[in-house]
Design a binder for this molecule. Structure first.
Ligand code: SAH
Ligand code: SF4
Length: 386
């Protein structure tokens, strides 16, 4: 199996190009084709000599994602279902950064990215875990979600035309250019949330490598502080994350502030109970000095009793965490429901009365299966039925 070109970092490619005794600008040209032009074939890299394109083809794959289905429209939530080279399906969700309240198009967006096919953690409320875990995504499959969304014309972004890109020609390389992106077009996507299908911290090394590419000036150029990793609570990996040099944000899918509630809906809590999880978060916070966000889905009759706000507010105060309340998105085949708006507001008010910062998400995209794993699940079911 050949490695994929987008699974490699600048230094690894540089070593390869040096071993082929190629001048440095050839690598800059290649990176420009991959991360600025976002081309999908070697032949499109027209300023690379044919022999080099052939050599690259012999040494690397150039993975792209095939769009199977898209829901939603520009300036609302858009959901993309992709087919991977082995036929597996994953999804990414594009959310406008600023809802276009007065008809103005919002030009910057957040992309919700998947990290695995399926999920092994089996949270009872979640569509991603229903059919279990199939495999981890590769570095290139994580990176490609960003590039592929930016390629889709209706996502409101025009890939700059080849003629406008200033790729240095032989002998004209500006030494100051270094490895910086030679055409810093504003990207469509300037925020990432690693909250799609899968448990990101269970695919740790691959995720870190992909995020370094998406963050690097020669790659995606997305600020580390604009990248949020969400976890269901893998305590040892949270400690590892604390040692990473990049300043990613951390969101903890709490959904219950006691072991009793978490054990009922999140099997991971039996492995890493709250005491252990919160200690890992405290360690992360001491090392990173970063605010943690608690994600708390409100599920009717499960975790929405106003009494639950007491332990939740206590945890939030202890970690100086902000709480994101998310009304549950119903999943076909699962019995759970979202509570009424009155109950949601009451829960929010009770938290605020206890002096913690909380927001209630009036869900974007409820109507298009925006919660993780739902579009894939539905498509898999439809395919199985035909
Ligand atoms: N595995 C990671 C990241 C992916 S899930 C995690 O669990 O954090 C991303 C978020 O979507 C999590 O907070 C998850 O609990 C939430 N989620 C899953 N199913 C949902 C649903 N049906 N409605 C609302 N949120 C849901
Ligand atoms: Fe996996 Fe996260 Fe879904 Fe739990 S909520 S099953 S960890 S994707």
């Amino acid at each position: 199996m050949l490695p994929d070109i987008k699974s490699l970092h600048h230094d690894e490619l540089q070593a390869q190009f040096e071993s082929w005794t190629l001048p440095a600008y050839r690598l800059e040209q290649l990176l420009n084709w991959l991360y600025v032009q976002r081309v999908t074939s070697w032949d499109a890299m027209t300023n690379l000599p044919k022999a080099l394109r052939e050599r690259l083809r012999q040494h690397f794959t150039l993975t792209t994602l095939e769009l199977v289905r898209k829901q939603g429209a520009r300036d609302t939530t858009e959901k993309f279902l992709w087919r991977l080279s082995d036929g597996a399906l994953i999804e990414s969700v594009l959310l406008p950064a600023n809802p276009a309240l007065y008809g103005d198009a919002s030009d910057r967006h957040t992309l919700c990215v998947s990290t695995q096919v399926g999920c092994a953690y089996g949270c009872k409320f979640c569509a991603s875990g229903i059919d279990g875990w199939k495999r981890n995504l590769g570095v290139e499959e994580i990176v490609e979600q960003v590039l592929a969304v930016e390629r889709v014309p209706s996502s409101g972004f025009r890939v700059p035309s080849c003629t406008t890109v200033s790729v240095p020609e032989p002998g004209t390389q500006n030494p100051e250019l270094g490895t910086r992106n030679p055409n810093p077009e504003p990207r469509l996507i300037n925020n990432l949330v690693i909250m799609g299908m899968g448990e990101p911290l269970a695919n740790y090394d691959t995720l870190m490598k992909a995020l370094r590419t998406l963050n690097a000036p020669w790659g995606g150029g997305i600020g580390a502080r604009k990248i949020t990793i969400s976890t269901s609570g893998l305590a040892p990996q949270i400690r590892r994350l604390a040692d990473e040099p990049l300043q990613f944000r951390l969101a903890l899918s709490l959904h219950g502030a006691t072991d009793a509630v978490r054990n009922k809906i999140m099997p991971v809590n039996r492995k890493y109970p709250l005491a252990e999880l919160i200690a890992a978060c405290e360690h992360y916070q001491r090392r990173k000095d970063r605010m943690i966000t608690f994600e708390y889905i409100l599920i009717a009759g499960v975790n929405d009793d106003v009494e639950e706000t007491r332990p939740l507010a206590a945890l939030a105060r202890r970690l100086n965490a902000k709480i994101n309340l998310i009304p549950y998105n119903t999943v076909q085949g699962l019995p759970w429901q979202r509570p009424s708006e009155a109950i949601q507001e009451k829960f929010l008010a009770a938290l605020e009365a206890q002096g913690v910062t909380a927001t209630l998400r009036r869900e974007k995209g409820h109507d298009i299966d925006a919660a993780c794993g739902q579009l894939r699940l539905r498509t898999e079911r439809e395919l199985a039925a035909t």
